[in-house]
Design a protein around this ligand. Structure first.
Ligand code: NAD
Ligand code: WQD
Length: 339
């Protein structure tokens, strides 16, 4: 049973490929390496002892995508491929709509033509905007995200729901909260290109001396210590949720439409200052920081109610913030050893 993993050499995709291979799935990766590097493929092979099929092209090249479906019996897809930099999406809206939606639609056209089901979509808690109540559950009303990036996620969800209804397909929309961490082998992790946008890679690079100081974007929020609160979920736990979601779709013998939606988080909120402190304690390092003005578009608090995934996928995030942050430091040390 071959699973197409688009963006499979990226941060979350590579960790998910490892879990798929460990669960005896055949994996076919399409990744244009626009935000990842080829050495990740070798590292996946070293970790699993298995060699996934890899095609290095842009999913917007639909003629090349058709050749992949001709060459392999594709039985499902996990669609990670997208551009994900929130700030960049505001500067390049057309590029983001084109990349994130055309790529998705090209895969769905192949699924429709060949009557394939079992499609998993990388969504994001950003589709909730600033939710009124915490923890956030899947029935929380969605708000039009402020960022173009967030809009591509919400539009992606709507496209998939229409696809599932029209073609009686089985889909799973996975709304990730804040993925962090690296593989225990320290051979996979987040490869930030340029200056990291996200908190944890920036903390990592500050501790490593690559960045002089962490800017904490605001400590005047209505939270315990004034800094925003997020739900930081370990990337390997997140990867395992994808295997569970895929197995559920494949195992669902109903002939009609299946639309699964799951929040994937720990159910626990941590503030920016708590993350910084936890990183320092977990790794016995110092993370110098300065308090700056708020970052535009940031929300105050977001953490998941992940009970539905626990109940229906028999999955729960087990890894602590401190352990996740320890893997980050090991990954930085691995990156240092490569340079
Ligand atoms: P990533 O950038 O590490 O991985 C995305 C991969 O897709 C990269 O390897 C990139 O080269 C590839 N790609 C992008 N456009 C492509 C195209 N047109 N054709 C072929 N390959 C293409 O990102 P990630 O953090 O692993 O995120 C994976 C998915 O999860 C994305 O859809 C992202 O929006 C979503 N997501 C990420 C987060 C997060 O905080 N990392 C949170 C919520 C949702
Ligand atoms: C977390 C907290 C910042 C960097 C974003 C996207 C979301 C998803 C995950 C793709 C915030 C603070 C950060 C820094 C800081 N990505 N921070 N200094 O904003 O919750 O979510 O990434 O799907 O869609 O919106 O994550 O890691 O950027 O920020 O103070 O240098 O850390 O203000 O409060 P965020 P983040």
């Amino acid at each position: 049973m071959a699973i197409l993993v688009t963006g499979g050499l990226g941060y979350i995709g590579s960790h998910t490929v490892v879990e798929l291979l460990n669960n005896s799935f055949e994996v076919v990766i399409v990744d244009d390496l626009s935000n990842s590097e080829k050495f990740i493929l070798k590292n996946i092979e070293e970790i699993t002892g298995k060699k996934p099929v890899f095609y290095p092209f842009d999913l917007k090249r639909k003629e090349l995508l058709a050749q992949v479906f001709d060459a392999h019996q594709i039985d499902g897809c996990i669609n990670f491929a997208a551009s994900k930099a929130v700030g960049e999406s505001q500067e390049k809206p057309v590029d983001y709509y084109e990349n994130n939606l055309f790529s998705l639609i090209n895969v769905l056209k192949e699924f429709k033509e060949r009557n394939i089901s079992n499609f998993i979509f990388s969504s994001s808690c950003t589709v909730y905007g600033q939710a009124e109540t915490m923890p956030i559950d899947e029935d929380t009303p969605l708000k039009m995200p402020e960022s173009v990036y967030g809009k591509t996620k919400q539009m992606g969800e709507e496209i998939l729901k229409d696809f599932a209804n029209a073609y009686k397909a089985k889909i799973s929309l996975l709304r990730y909260f804040n993925p962090i961490g690296a593989h225990p082998s320290a051979k996979l992790g987040e490869l930030p290109v340029g200056v990291p946008n996200n908190l944890v890679p920036y903390v990592m690079q500050t501790a490593a001396g690559i960045r002089e100081k962490l800017s904490i974007w605001g400590d005047d929020y209505p939270t315990e210590d004034g800094t925003p609160v997020r739900d930081y979920i370990y990337v390997v736990d997140l990867a395992k949720a994808h295997v569970a979601a895929l197995k559920k779709l494949i195992g669902d013998e109903s002939t009609g439409t299946v639309i699964d939606i799951y929040n994937l988080g720990t159910g626990k909120g941590s503030s920016v200052l708590e993350v910084v402190k936890a990183f320092e304690v977990a790794n016995d390092v110092s993370v110098p920081y300065q308090i700056c003005a708020r970052r535009e578009g940031d929300i105050t608090v977001a953490y998941a109610n992940a009970d539905k995934a626990e109940k229906e996928l028999h999955w729960k995030s087990e890894t602590s913030l401190e352990e996740s942050l320890r893997t980050v430091w090991e990954w930085q040390k691995y990156l240092n050893s490569r340079n």
